[in-house]
Design a binder for this molecule. Structure first.
Ligand code: NDP
Length: 338
């Protein structure tokens, strides 16, 4: 039991809810900074009736000083909240500004009022690493690594398409982290995690109509049966592995002021579709059966498009197999009506 106080943002979402579970399992006391306490409580009360969770409402993360109260007395911060949606009206207002100002805001609040803060872990993305003009990992030689940066400009972020705007929001939010570290030289350290697509079981409140953006890729494939990118290779990580990386990063030696790609697997849309189909047709017999990742995800299993060795070395990551992640996600999606 650690008993130390952690501030977590984004707990009403897919990744944040998985991080919350791991934090509680590790024995932390958790303060959730949320836009709506009612929304957060709607699942935390039933899932964790006995847990040490408190809430603080931060209605707008773009307001100066939004996190000033939230950071007081906390020892660690997990900053996960950031918009990940393609349903937007204005890329600057809906994606770029909340991503960048939310990230800078929590760092500066910690600088001013977080006397006890030892480390802040920020969820960035491989969207800040990939060159969004060509992110098919078959073409990556040498493999993509932490040395790479998405060269997207703010203007490209404004001009879209939405996927580019999202990648720009993550790129500029992460650049703001490293500028902060360089300029302010804070007493605490910062660790940035860069996951690619994140899939896995959902703990947040979820219905057929509000599946989070990344799991919605699997849901849409299941609903339409259409494989729009038959052979392109993308990175993926199980949400439980990513949550594990978030909690380990709070205290792991060697991760201070490091950027770490957290991505153990690759996939094609074809392999997602096949795994989801088998889950739907065969149910538990398939989910609990042998791991056939090497067969249905063959091309991806044999490709080395992402160098994730830093996560193994510094965080001792052991990644779940493709089949475990996708079949367990698909099983939940079937229960939601897909
Ligand atoms: P979700 O949409 O499931 O969750 C997003 C979370 O961020 C929610 O808690 C949401 O709060 C909060 N949030 C979104 N926009 C704002 C805003 N403008 N102001 C305050 N809070 C906001 O997304 P994920 O859990 O998938 O993503 C979480 C983080 O992980 C993001 O930073 C995303 O960029 C990053 N990421 C995700 C990947 C993925 O494949 N899922 C891949 C790589 C990185 P509310 O409930 O109030 O809307």
């Amino acid at each position: 039991m650690t008993g130390e106080l952690v501030l977590l943002t984004g707990s009403t979402g897919f990744i944040g809810s998985a991080v919350l579970k791991k934090l509680l399992e590790a024995g932390y006391i958790v303060r959730l900074a949320v836009r709506s306490i009612a929304k957060a409580e709607s699942y935390t009360k039933s899932k964790y009736p006995e847990a040490s969770i408190t809430f603080i409402e931060v209605p707008d993360i773009t307001v100066d000083g939004a996190f000033d109260e939230a950071v007081k007395d906390v020892v660690y911060i997990e900053h996960v909240a950031s918009p990940f949606t393609y349903k937007i009206e204005d890329p600057e207002k809906d994606l770029l500004i909340p991503a960048v100002k939310g990230t800078k805001g929590i760092l500066y609040s910690a600088l001013k009022y977080g006397d006890k803060v030892k480390r802040i872990v920020v969820t960035s993305s491989c969207a800040a690493v990939y060159d969004g003009h060509d992110y098919d990992l078959r073409n990556k030689s040498p493999p993509m690594s932490e040395a790479d940066w998405n060269p997207v400009t703010w203007q490209e972020g404004l001009d879209g398409p939405t996927g580019v705007s999202y990648c720009a929001s993550k790129t500029f939010a992460e650049k703001a982290v490293w500028e902060f570290v360089e300029n302010e030289k804070p007493n605490f350290s910062v660790t940035v995690l860069n996951p690619p697509f994140v899939f896995g079981p959902m703990l947040q409140n979820v219905t057929k109509d509000n599946v989070n953006t990344s799991n919605a890729i699997i849901a849409n494939l299941m609903a339409t049966g259409v494989n729009s990118a038959p052979t392109m290779l993308f990175g993926m990580v199980d949400v439980r592995d990513l949550a594990d990386a978030h909690v380990k990063s709070l205290t792991a030696p060697g991760v201070a002021n490091q950027r770490i790609i957290v991505s153990g697997r690759l996939f094609t849309y074809g392999s997602l579709l096949e795994c989801a189909k088998k889950t739907k047709e065969e149910g538990d017999a398939y989910c609990n059966g042998p791991d056939d990742s090497a067969v249905i995800n063959k091309e991806a299993e044999e490709c080395h498009g992402i160098d994730y060795s830093k996560s193994v070395k510094l965080l001792d990551m052991k990644y779940l197999p493709f089949k475990t992640t996708i079949s367990e996600t698909a099983k939940q999606l079937v229960s939601l009506g897909f």
